[in-house]
Design a protein around this ligand. Structure first.
Ligand SMILES: O=C(O)CCC(=O)C(=O)O
Length: 294
């Protein structure tokens, strides 16, 4: 008889897959009760966005043609600060057990976002890795995504390049030395983008990607359905952010599982630092599209 799994949410084969390929896609991971609660809050947030006329740096990132009659959200920033249901999910939802299975017993929260990618053209996310945006002392960092609605091929599902977390950390600066927030053409030409796995699935599907994973997504071409994808990043607690947080949040750096470590984990391989920000925070959508201000 097989020994009982020491893991709470996944099989040892899932964990081996994550270690080898750098990602997971877990259909039906989140139950109907959580989906209903998160869906109700999200519907309320969309209603609230009707009063918004332009993006701000704290809550709403909207497309240029967002209006009260036709809301077009790109992102709700730091959802954990804007409603207790998102906060409860980030602090104590089933994804924290999943983070523990992959990172170990002591876990720190890093940041959260809800990427809407609106219907009928919602923006692409160019190929990038996460860690150059928020370097840590080591690479035991991952992001967990939850599909709040069914995500089909035409809705711009997140694509991951299997195994790329074991490759280099790419430069996310332009040839002129400006921060661009995506992997430049020359490096991208060397990637086998045809091997990308696009993580589709019914509402409740959870994805995990390692902080060095090369990933991105195409525009949402569905005529009517946005693609609400809730993302929370966690690290092993001894893996510490090197730069200031991109956004101030009540949950920045809190230990959501286990305890604060005695010593940091320090990986000898450095990651080029992003620039120190002097203006308001801009989302990845704004920075990749070269918008002056979000
Ligand atoms: O929303 C997506 O498809 C990708 C999200 C992502 O890579 C990011 O927000 O950093």
């Amino acid at each position: 008889m097989d020994a009982p799994s020491p893991l709470k949410t996944i099989t040892t084969a899932d964990k081996a897959f994550f270690n080898d390929r750098g990602y997971l896609s877990l259909p039906s991971f989140v139950d109907a009760d959580w989906l209903e609660r998160l869906g109700a809050v999200t519907a309320r947030i969309v209603e609230e966005s009707r009063d918004v006329t332009e993006s701000d740096s704290d809550k709403f990132d909207v497309e240029g043609d967002h209006t009260a009659e036709n809301p077009r959200l790109r992102r709700l920033m730091k959802p954990q600060d804007h409603d207790p249901v998102y906060e409860e999910f980030a602090r104590a939802g089933p994804i924290v057990d999943l983070a523990e299975d992959l990172l170990g017993p002591d876990i720190k929260f890093h940041h959260g976002k809800l990427n809407f990618k609106w219907a009928d053209g919602g923006a692409e996310v160019k190929w990038h890795q996460d860690i150059p945006f928020w370097p840590h002392t080591a690479y035991n960092v991952l992001t967990i995504g939850l599909a709040l609605a069914d995500i089909t091929e035409e809705m711009g599902p997140m694509g991951v390049l299997p195994g790329s977390h074991q490759g280099p950390v790419y430069d996310h600066y332009s040839d002129k030395g400006d921060w661009q927030g995506f992997i430049g053409e020359d490096d991208a030409a060397g990637l086998d983008l045809g091997a990308a796995d696009y993580l589709k699935g019914p509402a409740g599907t959870v994805t995990v990607h390692h902080c060095r994973m090369v990933h991105g997504s195409k525009p949402n071409t569905h005529p009517t359905q946005p693609r609400p994808f809730l993302l929370f990043a966690y690290s092993a607690a001894d893996c510490l952010p090197i730069m200031p947080y991109n956004q101030k949040s009540d949950m920045n750096g809190i230990v959501v599982r286990g305890r604060h470590p005695e010593f940091p984990d320090i990986d000898p391989e450095p990651c080029r630092l992003p620039p120190l920000r002097s203006g308001p925070y801009r989302s990845i959508f704004a920075s990749q599209q070269g918008e002056e201000k979000s």
